[in-house]
Ligand binder design. Structure first.
Ligand SMILES: [Zn+2]
Length: 161
């Protein structure tokens, strides 16, 4: 089982995601995470869904990521940030991947037995922690915009025949 801690509530250390940080760097990164939390909360209110805000998730085998989602009536709006080594990058260079997607409960006649990804921002890679968290803010804003531009039924319909 992974270990999960809320960034806003538990204030977990974030060095396992970013490497060593000064107090100033730590505060700056957390201010961007707080901005992401505000976007997720606003999105949740607009779609009358729920969110726990951003969480840090540590797997037993050492991978780590920052993840947040908003769930509303079978649709999930997800953002995530992870060090690129988590997915096999062995360049030895620091890097962080930022992803965002919208998933909907599968209602296809041939059931995919999970949620279907109905929109994907595409992985973006950044080479500094601050650029990575700024990109995470952008990703969350984009999700919020999309959630305002289309009703939930639009996303639900993309996972139907
Ligand atoms: Zn499906």
């Amino acid at each position: 089982m992974p270990e999960i801690a809320s960034l806003a509530r538990d204030h977990p250390r974030i060095e396992s995601v970013f490497g060593p940080l000064t107090d100033d760097e730590d505060a700056t990164l957390r201010s961007f995470f707080a901005e992401v939390d505000r976007e997720l909360q606003g999105l949740a209110e607009d779609v009358r869904g729920g969110t726990k805000g951003l969480e840090v998730i540590w797997s037993r085998l050492g991978q780590v990521q920052v993840f947040g989602d908003v769930a509303a009536r079978g649709v999930s709006f997800d953002v995530g940030l992870y060090p690129t080594w988590c997915f096999g990058n062995r360049s030895g260079e620091p890097g962080w991947g930022i992803e965002a997607s919208i998933d909907a409960d599968c209602q296809h006649s041939v059931d995919h037995e999970s949620m279907d990804t109905v929109w994907d921002r595409g992985d973006v890679e950044m080479s500094t922690p601050e650029a990575a968290v700024r990109e995470l803010v952008e990703a969350a804003r984009q999700l919020h915009r999309l959630a305002c531009e289309h009703p939930l039924e639009y996303w639900q319909a993309l996972a139907k025949d």
